[in-house]
Design a protein around this ligand. Structure first.
Ligand code: NDP
Ligand code: 8X3
Length: 256
């Protein structure tokens, strides 16, 4: 098993859910962390919590959609944080579950800008250094929604299908370098995801997980950690993880 000790891991969307759980998992493994999100106070709270593991943390308040700021912020990281070993492209969101012909176009813009363009901006800036140094691992958090489209999922599913295509393309373009690319594609994970999808409607969000045992953010983080700790010649290329109560994007067994 490859050691994570002292590797620098940059996690986008670390202020909540899967990203925050990844931060905890990698901190426990002895990594140094760059935590990225828009909500700085959340990142700072997490950094405080991670002190118990002796983790070095750099909090970076950043909107991944802001191409100019992404560039200047990543370029102005202090010297000890320049060499990112592992990039976890996790920042992402869904907005709405409406039919495409009634959906809010602003919701579409936000999903496309964050899930596709944000991921690209960050990766385009960090990947060249990985190639140059001859080490690196890019983890893209995709989704079952990138493999199977569901009613009302239209644009969200399209963004995750794009993440799937980008992961494949990145792997092809990085072939011949030691830089690995892994796509981790979960089904239903109980995080703030559904609250964000339904614009803060907590009751509606909770119904998504009613009567099932969904995945937890920690379940996914454990898998991400596993992928990054394989020996250098092993790349887990694509991994779909579903709750036992979920058979496909649309088929879920509910007890109540
Ligand atoms: P959460 O809503 O709990 O977390 C989303 C994270 O993304 C937050 O930290 C948020 O931080 C960050 N984020 C959103 N927009 C931006 C932005 N413009 N710039 C920087 N950070 C941003 O949801 P999850 O943890 O569930 O989602 C994480 C990833 O997992 C997403 O890509 C999602 O699509 C994917 N996924 C989720 C599944 C689920 O069922 N929950 C299943 C499959 C995939 P902040 O608001 O502070 O900026
Ligand atoms: C999140 C999982 O099925 O809600 O990507 O789209 S799903």
């Amino acid at each position: 098993m490859a050691s994570i000790q002292d590797q620098i891991v940059l996690i986008t969307g670390a202020s909540s859910g899967i990203g925050a759980a990844c931060a905890r998992a990698f901190a426990q493994g002895g990594a140094k962390l760059v935590l990225v999100a828009r909500r700085l106070e959340r990142l700072e709270e997490l950094a405080q919590e991670l002190k118990q593991y002796g983790t070095q943390v750099y909090c970076l308040q950043l909107d991944v959609c802001d191409r100019t700021f992404v560039k200047s912020a990543l370029r102005s990281l202090p010297e000890p944080w320049h060499n990112i070993d592992i990039l976890i492209n996790n920042a992402g969101l869904s907005r709405g579950l409406d039919k495409f012909y009634t959906a809010d176009i602003q919701d579409w813009e936000e999903m496309i800008d964050t899930n596709i363009k944000g991921l690209l901006y960050i990766t385009r800036l960090l990947a060249p250094k990985m190639v140059e140094r001859g080490r690196g691992h890019i983890i893209n958090i995709g989704s079952i929604a990138g493999h199977q489209t569901y009613p009302g999922g239209n644009v969200y599913c399209a963004t995750k299908a794009a993440v799937k295509a980008l992961s494949e393309g990145m792997k092809m373009d990085l072939l011949g370098t030691p830089v690995r690319v892994t796509s981790v594609d979960p089904g239903m994970v109980k995080t703030e995801f559904s609250q964000v999808r339904f614009h803060g409607d907590v009751e509606r969000a909770n119904k998504v997980y009613q009567g099932i045992t969904p995945l937890s953010a920690e379940d996914v983080a454990e898998i991400v950690y596993f992928c990054t700790t394989r020996p250098p010649h092993v790349n887990i290329s694509e991994l779909i993880v579903l709750a036992t109560d979920q058979a496909s994007a649309t088929l879920v067994h509910r007890y109540t």
